[in-house]
Structures are given as C-alpha cells and as structure tokens.
Design a protein around this ligand. Structure first.
Ligand SMILES: Nc1ncnc2c1ncn2[C@@H]1O[C@H](COP(=O)(O)OP(=O)(O)OP(=O)(O)O)[C@@H](O)[C@H]1O
Ligand SMILES: [Mg+2]
Length: 508
C-alpha cells in the first residue's frame, strides 16, 4: 500500500456515462508524487474520459476522486487548473489567430501596474520556457501554420508555466520526432525529480518502458492492473489490454507489382523539397521514411493538390495530372489520409478538410469526418474492418475516442475507391490490436492492385510494410531501398544524411 501522503492523484472506481454509453465503468488510477505513471489501454478503453474528469471537463457519476488526499469534484477546467492540474490533450487546442505567447498565457496574462497586459514580460517568460524545452519558436508569431510538433511543444510550455503539481499527458508524443520525444522525456523526468506527479498516455510501449515508473492498464472502461514497470513485460501489458490474442503486426504478403500508377518527376517547391522523383506501381506499397519535418508530408500534399509546386510533373496511370485542389485529385483517383486527421484546417493551414468538403456530398464535419448518409453507408464495411468501436458511424466525431476518429477517417477515404492511396502516419494514435488490422488491410488492398504511398515515422512499420523505402532528408530523396535491403541502419543513415562519404566517394 502506498503511504497516503505520497499520493498526488487518486481515482477509485470512477464511473461516467454519456446517455446510454458507459465511457468509464470503473476507473482506478493512483499516482504518487515524484513518479511518471503510464496509463494504457485500447482505443475507447476510457483513458481520455478519466483524464477529462481530472481536468474538470466532465464530472464523474460516482467513485472517489482525491487530489493530495483531499476529496475534489471539479465543475470546470478552471477549477482543475486552479488546483494545480495541467493536462496536455491528445489534440492540441491552440487558438490559431492568437500569438504563441497569448496561447501560453491564455486567460492569465501578466498585467503591468496600470492594468495593461504586459506583453514584454509574457514574451520573456515564453522564451524562458522554450529555452528550458530546448526549442526555438518565435513567441510573437501566430499559432496558425505551426507544425503539430510545435503546437504540442506549446501545449507543454503552457502546462509547465502553470507550475502544475499533477501533469497529465494524453498521447503527447504521437506527432513528435525522435529528438522531440527525447526532449519531452528529459523535461518530464526533471519535473518528476522535482516531486511532481505525471501521467503519460501512449500507445507506444517503447516510450512507456523508457519513461515510466509504473503502469496502469485499462480495458472496456475498467481498471485491470497496476504494476511497477520493472516487473512487467510488453506481452503482459498487451494481453491485459486486449483480453485476446493479437494478430501479427506487419502481415505483409507479397503482391504482384504492376504498371506505374503514380509517377513523380523532378518535383520542386522552393525551400521545401527539391528534385523529387519516384514511382509507385499498382500493388506496391512505397514507404516514405524520414524524420519529422523532412518534407514527406509536404511532398504528399503537393502531389494531392493541397499545396502547389514550382516545377516538375505528376502522372497518374500514365496521364499527366496537376490537381489544382484535392477535389480534382479525388476525381483523378487519388485518396489522401492526412497526418493531422482530427483537427485538420482548424489550427494549421492543412486545408484538406475544407477542400475535400466540396467534393464529397455532405462535406466534412468540423472534426474532419465525412458525414452524409451515403458516405456512411459506403464507409460502413471499412469501419467494420477497422473495428471502429462506436454505436453509429454518424455519431458526433467529437465524442469518439481519439483512435476511433482516426479509423473513421481512414475508412471514409477508402470508401472513395481510389487507385492511389496516400496515407500519412497510418497508425498514429491507433492501439496495438487495431494496428495489426490496419496493416492487414493495407496489405490486402495492395494485393488487390491498389498503389499505396505510405508515410511513416515508425521504422518498424516502414520496414515491415513497404515493398520499397524512399528516404527523405531535408526535402530530398536520399535513398531508394528495396524491401530486401532495407535495415534500420541504412534507413536512419539516409534520414539523417550521415552518408558514409568514405565509402561512396569516387576517387579522383
Ligand atoms: N462525450 C461523449 N459522448 C458519448 N460517448 C463518449 C463521449 N466521450 C467518450 N465517449 C465514448 O467513451 C468511450 C471511451 O472513450 P475515451 O476517449 O475515453 O477512450 P480512450 O481510451 O482515450 O481511447 P483512444 O486510445 O482511442 O484515445 C468511447 O467509446 C467513446 O466513444
Ligand atoms: Mg484518448
């Protein structure tokens, strides 16, 4: 038993229903000061619901909720914040038109003696926070157009600036690169060493094992177990989470590779990507690997007509295409599952959602999901394959769990029956069981002749699924590696451009 005074956050047997949906049946989470506690479970297990109760977003129906030994019941997020709880949500919640600084100090701007907002002080403090996080972001720029990684960093800066005693991170790393994850972990560890209590939600077990001291598993809205990380294995966690056997990850089956479907030639966008040429054939899965920010998503967006390009050409099934917008791209047979599936168009300029809205009757709902009844019917079978756990497809997107929202977006794009599928980070935010389903589905689709361009920051996913790996580094393709020859080493080397010059230098 943990000594009472050491417990910062204590939830026992907490329940929460939304109408007929029991989102949380019996949630239990006991987090000590000076520790990092992992909370894991499948998509829809109730993790975010539990977090939202702590954050004051939802009120529990029953159960115990204590903070530093005191019974609490937050009626608002302000109350929760006021009690020293900071939550970094699964999806960043920045205001696009406000500056970075304004976002950090939202609602609690320091004021000068005359009651005016002290902008100088705010910017200085923001810069200090960024220095501590080891990032360079201009505090005066608007949040609009920031990468997801930078938005996430700003959310973290905001939480740290609140000097919270309890910091909850709900999948904070989903959009971060390796370096950024390491930086976040360093900050998390230093906050732990200061005696704060941290909760870390992630579907990436490597991260859970690298960062956390303790792990609590949830399944179907209920508590399953809590163990010190040193006394548990990945297999234990998975079987407790899933309660069934998990299919093999990366069930890549050899497909017959046919004619070129996508041919990209000398694509160029000043300052973003340069001389990009590649081909994706029918039945082929081409993996686009590289570090976050290397330009992979930008290339995909240009091919799909979200962004323009300065030079080069794109051919689809032998015919030149230059989609001026996603609508034209879809008509020509492309589908594009974007990286930022939940909030597209809301914070960044990722106007896929908005552009696609005109294409498919019914348009996209605010969260970026297609909505018309016909769309839903078409997407139904795909949603079933992806095990979307929801009562109805037209369920309001905002009330679905994060992972289920991701799956619905994938399902709806597949329902457009494309000849080329561009999929950016296919399994981000998706739990371990469904991940295998997504991979199986991609493999099956390729088997049926679909050409797939898959962007992924997860090396095992790229190596496991791709027939060919293209590595992008600083806007250029630095390697084109066949499945048989692809190794973590040669992909990483090309991704960081640390080419072995000695070996490759041609003698004069
Ligand atoms: N406001 C709401 N109204 C109706 N149902 C909801 C609401 N919020 C959550 N749910 C449902 O409660 C269940 C648990 O959702 P929750 O978001 O807590 O899952 P999660 O464990 O965070 O999953 P993920 O890993 O996908 O983020 C889901 O079935 C979800 O659809
Ligand atoms: Mg969640």
């Amino acid at each position: 038993m943990v000594e009472q005074s050491r417990v910062a956050l204590e939830l026992r047997d907490v329940a929460k229903s939304f109408g007929a949906v029991a989102a949380l049946r019996s949630g239990t989470l006991v987090v000590e000061r000076g520790s990092i506690h992992a909370l894991v479970g499948e998509n829809g297990a109730g993790k975010s619901t539990l977090v939202k109760i702590v954050a004051g977003v939802h009120r529990r129906d029953s159960g115990t909720f204590r903070l530093h030994g005191e019974d609490v019941d937050f009626a608002s997020t302000a109350e929760s914040k006021g009690s020293g709880v900071a939550v970094i949500y699964q999806e960043p919640t920045l205001f696009p038109d406000l500056s970075v600084t304004e976002n950090i100090f939202m609602g609690r701007q320091p004021r000068s003696r005359f009651g005016r907002i002290d902008r100088g002080a705010m910017h200085r403090e923001a810069l200090e926070l960024f220095a501590r996080l080891g990032v360079e972001i201009d505090p005066r720029r608007p949040a609009l157009g920031l990468s997801i990684a930078d938005q996430q960093i700003i959310e973290i800066a905001k939480a740290i600036s609140l000097d919270a005693s309890v910091l909850i991170m709900d999948e904070p790393t989903a959009a971060l690169s390796g370096v950024e994850v390491e930086r976040l972990f360093a900050v998390a560890r230093s906050l732990r060493d200061e005696g704060r209590a941290l909760v870390f939600i992630s579907h990436r077990f490597e991260e859970v094992f690298a960062l956390c001291d303790t792990v609590t598993v949830m399944r179907d809205g209920a508590y399953v177990s809590t163990d010190p990380i040193a006394e548990i294995t990945v297999d234990d966690i998975v079987s407790r989470m899933v309660g069934r056997e998990v299919a093999d990850l990366f069930p890549k089956t050899p497909a017959t590779i046919g004619e070129p479907v996508l041919e990209v030639e000398g694509l160029e966008r000043a300052g973003v990507f340069h001389d990009v040429s590649f081909t994706v054939r029918a039945g082929e899965i081409v993996g686009l690997a590289g570090l976050v920010g290397a330009g992979r998503s930008e290339i995909a967006r240009a091919v799909f007509g979200v962004d323009g390009y300065d030079a080069g050409s794109v051919r689809l099934a032998g015919r030149p295409v230059k989609p001026r917008n996603p609508r034209a791209a879809i008509r020509s047979g492309m589908a594009f599952v974007p990286e930022d599936r939940r909030k597209q168009g809301l914070v960044t300029d990722g106007s896929v959602a908005r552009n696609v809205a005109g294409v498919i009757r019914g348009g996209l709902a605010r969260a970026g999901l297609l909505t018309s009844a016909a769309e839903n019917r078409a997407a139904g079978p795909w949603a079933a394959k992806l095990e979307v756990k929801t009562s109805a497809l037209d369920m309001h997107a905002a009330t679905m769990s994060g992972g289920n929202q991701q799956k619905v977006v994938i399902a709806k794009w597949l329902a457009t029956d494309p000849t080329l599928l561009i999929i950016d980070e296919p399994t981000r935010g998706i739990d371990v069981g469904t991940k295998a389903e997504v991979h199986r589905l991609l493999s099956e689709l390729a088997g049926e002749g679909l050409a797939i361009l898959m962007i992924s920051s997860e090396l095992p996913e790229v190596l496991g699924m791709a027939d060919r790996v293209l590595v992008v580094c600083e806007g250029r393709i630095t390697a084109d590696i066949d499945r048989a020859d692809a190794t973590p080493e040669n992909v990483m080397r090309a991704a960081t451009n640390a080419t072995s010059h000695t070996a490759e230098e041609v003698p004069a």
